[in-house]
Design a protein around this ligand. Structure first.
Ligand code: ADP
Ligand code: MG
Length: 452
């Protein structure tokens, strides 16, 4: 029984350590850290209890160093952190042995954190079904698709859901690389019995990135027998790859046909709406609050690879730390090293008016009047058009500025000018000239010469 003192100081240190991590290692911090229980601080060891074995394994392998650093910074002593788990709830995975770098499941990769969209509805549903009835829903389950599209996330979520439903389930989750290395070592040392025992006595075998079996004749042979043994005894097999079975180079026909015999499901690139939801979810998981426009900006910028969406959040998070923790569009742009195309760069409304007044030789007072003569109305519409494009003023504000007009007038102006631009190359060239004069002298676009 830890002393009262040890407990209360553990709580104090833990709280400060989390604050320290949020400041210096923000990308490590997860919302669920709040559920961890500091147990005691004694003899230079801060003991922290995780809710599940999966959390505990993850913390111990992925977060120990940053936690140690935080505990030391907070206490000023050489404290180390030890992660324990209260019960065995959540299940432990079958381990390959310490010399193999078998993958630790990430507590982030659960179904709750997976965004379902048109791009991944089938593989998601298949994984869910398999986790509910392993060995009986789809066997084998083969998930394929491009890099960073959520295959590993789905595989790990399936493992965790199976364990959540049945904590005695024996699951072996590993990368194909690990399987190959383990096989080669066992061949060399003549430990094939042990190898076979390990892989053939599990309830669920999950191998990520199985396309690495390409051209590995002997490993393929061994895997074929592993596959058959498990399959025949109704054990679940789940595989992922970056392409469908028949496109894996030099994969034996009999393996191709085995892989095709269950369900083959593809993950596609996420559409814009799905990307928005993923960014929102990831940000929330890290306990940060991104405004909608920043979320939309990230989703627009990063199109093809979900992993990069996360990288973008990390960059923005890091950058925001340096700039007083603000998460706005400017910070996001700067963090992603955005070279804002000149067409998107913000300019002041005064700059726009100056340029338009000069170009059409009209007076500001006229632009702001109710006059409707064409010689005034057109420049006024051009002002509205650019004001909408280049500033953050609302339609109402722009209308108010130019003679107290309502937002429908502004909208009409924007459409009219946009149409003219498309239909009339000469008019378009005029607008380009006006636009070029918005730029500060030192960054005048080279195209000015061509336009003039
Ligand atoms: P793959 O294994 O296909 O290369 P991962 O599963 O490693 O891709 O996914 C890369 C990152 O993108 C992970 O952080 C994962 O959580 C995230 N991700 C991918 N798809 C989704 C999704 N639909 N919802 C939430 N996160 C996703
Ligand atoms: Mg993967």
């Amino acid at each position: 029984m830890p002393s009262l003192e040890a407990v209360s100081s553990a709580q104090g240190v833990y709280k400060e350590a989390i604050e320290y991590l949020a400041k210096f290692h923000a990308s490590h911090v997860r919302q669920w850290f709040g559920e961890l229980q500091p147990v005691e601080l004694a003899a230079g060891v801060l003991t922290i209890r995780a809710n599940t074995a999966i959390q505990q394994q993850y913390l111990a392998t992925k977060c120990r160093e940053v936690f140690n650093e935080a505990a030391q910074a907070v206490t000023g002593n050489l404290v180390s952190v030890n992660f324990v788990t209260g019960s065995n709830a959540g299940g432990a995975l079958a381990r390959l042995g310490d010399s193999y770098d078998d993958i630790i499941l990430s507590p982030d990769y659960v179904f709750d954190n997976f965004v379902v969209g048109p791009c991944n509805r089938l593989p998601y549903a298949a994984c869910l079904a398999v986790s509910e009835r392993p060995g009986r829903a789809y066997n084998p389950l083969f998930i394929h698709g491009g890099c960073g599209l959520g295959k590993t996330h789905l595989l790990q979520a399936t493992c965790q859901e199976i364990l959540r439903r049945n904590e005695t389930s024996r699951i072996l989750y590993l990368s194909c690389d690990t399987f190959i290395n383990h096989f080669m070592d066992c061949v060399q040392s003549g430990d094939m019995t042990e190898f076979r025992y390990r892989y053939r006595h599990v309830d669920v075998l999950v191998i990520d990135d199985i396309h690495f079996l390409a051209r590995r004749d002997r490993t393929q042979e061994e895997f074929f027998h592993t596959f058959n043994t498990l399959f025949q005894s109704g054990k679940q097999i789940i595989l992922s790859a970056d392409c469908p079975p028949n496109e894996i180079p030099e994969l034996e026909d009999r393996l191709v046909s085995r892989f095709n015999s269950g369900l083959v499901a593809r993950v596609d690139k996420p559409c814009y709406e799905t990307r928005i939801a993923i960014v929102g979810k990831k940000a929330k998981l890290r306990g940060i609050n991104l405004p909608d426009d920043v979320i939309a900006y990230i989703a627009r910028r990063v199109e093809s690879n979900t992993r990069e969406l996360e990288g973008a959040i990390t960059k923005i998070q890091g950058y925001a730390m340096l700039t007083a923790g603000k998460y706005d569009l400017d910070v996001a742009r700067a963090a992603l090293g955005d070279v804002v195309p000149s067409s998107e760069r913000l300019v002041s409304i005064q700059t726009i008016i100056d340029a338009v007044v000069r170009y059409y030789n009209v007076r500001l007072a006229d632009l702001q009047s109710k006059k409707r003569h064409k010689s005034i109305a057109l420049p006024r519409q051009v002002c509205m058009y650019f004001a909408r494009q280049k500033t953050r003023y609302s339609l109402e504000e722009i209308g108010g500025y130019f003679g107290g007009r309502d937002h429908t007038t502004v909208l009409h102006a924007i459409r009219t000018i946009g149409d003219y631009r498309q239909q009339d190359p000469q008019f378009n060239a005029q607008l380009e000239r006006i636009e070029a004069s918005f730029a500060p002298a030192n960054s005048a676009a080279p195209s000015t010469a061509a336009a003039g």
